[in-house]
Structures are given as C-alpha cells and as structure tokens.
Ligand binder design. Structure first.
Ligand SMILES: Cc1cc2nc3c(=O)[nH]c(=O)nc-3n(C[C@H](O)[C@H](O)[C@H](O)COP(=O)(O)OP(=O)(O)OC[C@H]3O[C@@H](n4cnc5c(N)ncnc54)[C@H](O)[C@@H]3O)c2cc1C
Length: 445
C-alpha cells in the first residue's frame, strides 16, 4: 500500500542550510539539530544555576549555559559517571552492535569550570529554591534545570525483576547495555529454535516509543535471515488499539507487522509473568488472559523518577499527572508555578517527546528562555514538539519518522519519502547519529 504523504513542511532556509552543509550535518538535522529557533545571547550574571541529571539533556544544557552566561556558578548533580548512548541499545539487543559501542564517560562532556556533585537528588524543595541529596547535602539555587530522565518501573509487572533479564526467555532492551546484551542472548537463542514470541508495550509514555517496535521487527528479520521464520509465532501486544501516536505511521505499522506474520493483540497490557512456567498474563477488557511463551520482550511502564514524582514540580492534575511527569509549559519549557525552574528531556510531561531528538530540540529552547528570565527579557524561544525516530524495519532498512505537536510529519530530507522503507534511515541510525548525539552533548549543534 502507498501511504498518504504528509505535507513537506520544510522551511526553505533549513533546506538551504542542509544542502550547504552536507550529509554530516544533515544527519544532525534528523535529530532536530537545526529545528530550534532558540539562540541565547551571551549575558553576564552571578546567579547560581543547578542542573539535576547529567544525561543527554543535562550535559547539553550545562555546555550551553556555561557558554552563554559569563560569571554564573553552574552546578550539575548526578551520581552516574558512565554515559550510555541509549539509542544504540536496540542495536545491541539485536546483535548488530557490541555493548562497548554505546558506553562512554560523562567526564568527557562536562564543561570546564562547572561544579559536578556526584550524588543523587532525593528531594526537590522548590518553595525554598533547594534540593537535597542522598548524601545529606542541601544545595540552594537561583535557577534550576531539571533533566533527570525517567524511571522504568519493573515492579509494576508482577513476577518481573531485572535479575531475570537474560534468563528463561526474558528480554528487556531498556536501561543499560548489560540488559541489552542479555536480551540479545535470549533473542539469538530464540531465533535459532523458534516458538512463541511475545513483544509487549505498556500504557503511558515510554522513552523512544519506536524501541519496542524495532526490537520486534529486527527479531522477525533475524528469523528470516537465519531461515527459521516458519518455526516462530510472533505477537505484538499494545495496551490499546494503536501502535504509534503519529496517524500515518500508525497505519504503516498496522500493515507492516501483519504483512510479516506478526499478530497484533490489541488491548493487551502486560500484567505479570511467571518466569518458571514461561507464562504471561494480560489485563484485557474481557478480563485476564494468559499466554505461554518461549521468548518475551518485557517493556515495563515508565514514570518520572521518584524524587521528582513526589515533589511539587510534578503535574498535579491532567493527562501527565498519572506518570508524575514534571510540569512545564510545552512551548517554553518553563515551570508555570515556579518560574525560575525549567525542564527538558524524558522527565517532562509534554504531549510529544522522550527521544534524544526531542532533547536536542528542547534544550536550546529551555536554555534560551532561562537566559531570558535571568536577563529579565520576554521568553521568545518555543519548542515545536519536534521528535524523530529512524524506525528500523529490518537490518539495512527503515523509515525516518519526524513529527511535531500537530502530529504533522516534518521531514528533513527532501529525497526521502517518509512512508517508504529505505536504506538511508538505517545508515543514519547505524553510522551517523551517534556522532551527532555526542556533538549535542557538547551543546555544539
Ligand atoms: C532502548 C532505547 C532506544 C532509544 N532509541 C532512540 C532513538 O532511536 N532516537 C532517539 O532520539 N532517542 C532514542 N532513545 C531515547 C533517548 O535515549 C532519551 O530520550 C534521552 O536519552 C533522554 O535524555 P535525558 O537527559 O532526558 O535522560 P537520560 O539521558 O536518561 O539522563 C538522565 C540522567 O539523570 C540522572 N538522574 C536521574 N535521577 C536523578 C536524581 N534524582 N538526581 C540526580 N541525577 C539523576 C541519571 O543518572 C541520568 O544520568 C532511546 C532510548 C532507549 C532506552
């Protein structure tokens, strides 16, 4: 089936920029690298700015803030020293990349002159402009940037624990290279022997909504490449009646998965697993249903990290209150109740987001608007909701999904039909986006 083409939507200046700057920066463009209207002017201030979380968004923000504000004291708080290139985890879990390829060190991206406190924030106290750390420090701030990412709730699936990943047919691509590598061990064995494979997806927002789909399609592809496909029954179990938030891509997937023999079990949120019995229970509208499996890809529900979730910074009502996501204005990234607080990345409750591509589009906006607050100027930078995902359909092939808050496709590459499977999105994913991501950590693109 030929899929409906969305409006080209490409800004002529942006096209000129891409043409002039060649493929390297074009790759960067696909992660939202040239989508922002946010450029902060360099200002002077002696304010104390605290950044909580030194992941993709935190490091990007730290580098930008330290360049754009002269004289400010900037503190970043995160106990984690290693940096994981999370977009590579789907390739590790399907045996295409080695785990070492996604491992890096935060120290390589820390700007000079910044204070790095290696601790975890255990409490946010925005009334007192302070955060408390798990090693007993109380740190006050003038301005706060929250970039804590999200928390994967393994406990929300009965019988599930991270110790089970890599055993008894259980995989989970999320969180770290160790889980991804163990998931690969399970997928490799499963694609040798065949059997029943269940690929789950929880209700609510998850980081990279494409990841559970990519694991499913790359596993199916591996069966075909090994010549064992007839030995497998594969099921994808969405929690409701959709596969993807962007309607054209939803239609594409509703055709793609069944055309490859993957059965869609609508309204099947995973409730629990019995690892010894290799049995999964789903909470369907008709009641609980159990299915036996040989391999299961468990994707647990996700939420804002606990200290943020229980703080006054979380949404108190509305659609994002369920995941306790941080409240921000979806355009300016400013907290509406605590105006000296900004957020970006997976932790914020916005209608679209939770990709590194959205981080790249959000952080320049959050930083430019924070600089405007410090300089007592109007907030002019706006996040459009841009997100992007090279949705890998097979090894060597994918579609490049880019859209915004209007759920309108906003393709960066005029020569790529976003509804046709092509080698180019694969090449972006396999060869180009990692270096674009690293440049983003340095706040450079
Ligand atoms: C399997 C998988 C595949 C993906 N594929 C893609 C893709 O193809 N394309 C794409 O664009 N994106 C993809 N993503 C999503 C992307 O990796 C994330 O959206 C991005 O990393 C979010 O950045 P962040 O800074 O918000 O969170 P993170 O990068 O996760 O960083 C959060 C940081 O906050 C720290 N932290 C947490 N709590 C606290 C606390 N209380 N105190 C102090 N520090 C704290 C953590 O230690 C961590 O260092 C994928 C993610 C996964 C897991």
């Amino acid at each position: 089936m030929k899929h409906p083409k969305g409006p080209s939507g490409m800004n002529p200046n942006r096209r000129k920029f891409l043409q002039a700057s060649g493929l390297g920066l074009a790759a960067a463009a696909s992660t939202g690298l040239v989508t922002s209207n946010a450029t902060a002017e360099r200002i002077q201030s002696n304010a104390h700015i605290v950044i909580v979380g030194a992941g993709a968004a935190g490091l990007d923000a730290a580098n930008r803030l330290s360049r754009e504000i002269e004289g400010a004291r900037i503190t970043i708080i995160d106990a984690r020293t290693e940096h994981i290139y999370q977009p590579g985890l789907t390739l590790v879990a399907t045996g295409i990349w080695q785990p070492t390829k996604v491992m890096d060190r935060n120290a390589r991206y820390m700007p000079e002159g910044i204070d790095w406190i290696p601790a975890r924030v255990s409490e946010f106290d925005p009334e007192a402009n302070a955060v408390l750390t798990d090693d007993g420090q109380r740190i006050t701030y003038d301005y706060l940037m929250v970039t804590t990412g999200l928390q994967v709730n393994y406990d929300a699936i009965e019988g599930m624990s991270t110790d089970l990943i890599g055993q008894m047919g259980i995989g989970c691509v999320y969180d770290n290279p160790n889980h991804a590598e163990k998931t690969w061990n399970m997928i490799n064995a499963f694609t040798d022997t065949g059997g029943v494979g269940l690929f789950t997806r929880p209700p609510g927002p998850v980081k990279c909504a494409g990841a559970p789909l990519k694991v499913t399609m790359l596993t199916e592809d591996l069966f075909e490449r090994k010549g064992t496909r007839p030995a497998a029954d594969l099921f994808y179990t969405p929690p409701a009646k959709g596969l993807f938030s962007q309607p054209d891509i939803n239609e594409f997937l509703k055709e793609e998965l069944p055309s490859r023999g993957v059965t869609l079990l609508w309204d099947h949120p995973l409730k629990g697993i019995e690892p010894e019995l290799k049995r999964a229970t789903f909470q369907t509208p008709e009641g609980q249903k159990t299915l036996d499996y040989d391999f299961i890809h468990v994707v647990p529900p996700m939420q804002a990290p606990e200290p943020l979730a229980k703080s006054a910074l979380a949404w108190q009502s509305g659609p994002f209150a369920a995941g306790h996501w941080m409240e921000v204005d979806q355009r300016t990234m400013q907290h509406p109740r605590y105006t000296n607080v900004f957020g970006s990345g997976d932790c914020v409750g916005t209608p679209i987001g939770k990709t590194a591509a959205s981080v790249k589009a959000q952080v320049p906006v959050a930083v430019a608007n924070l600089v405007s607050v410090i300089a007592d100027r109007a907030l002019t930078a706006q996040y459009t909701g841009y997100t992007s995902c090279p949705l890998i359909t097979r090894k060597g092939q994918g579609i490049l999904v880019e859209f915004d808050y209007d759920l309108k496709m906003v393709p960066s590459f005029p020569f790529i039909d976003p509804y046709e499977k092509h080698w180019f999105p694969w090449m972006l994913k396999d060869r180009m986006l990692h270096s674009a991501y690293n440049a983003m950590l340095r706040g450079r693109v």
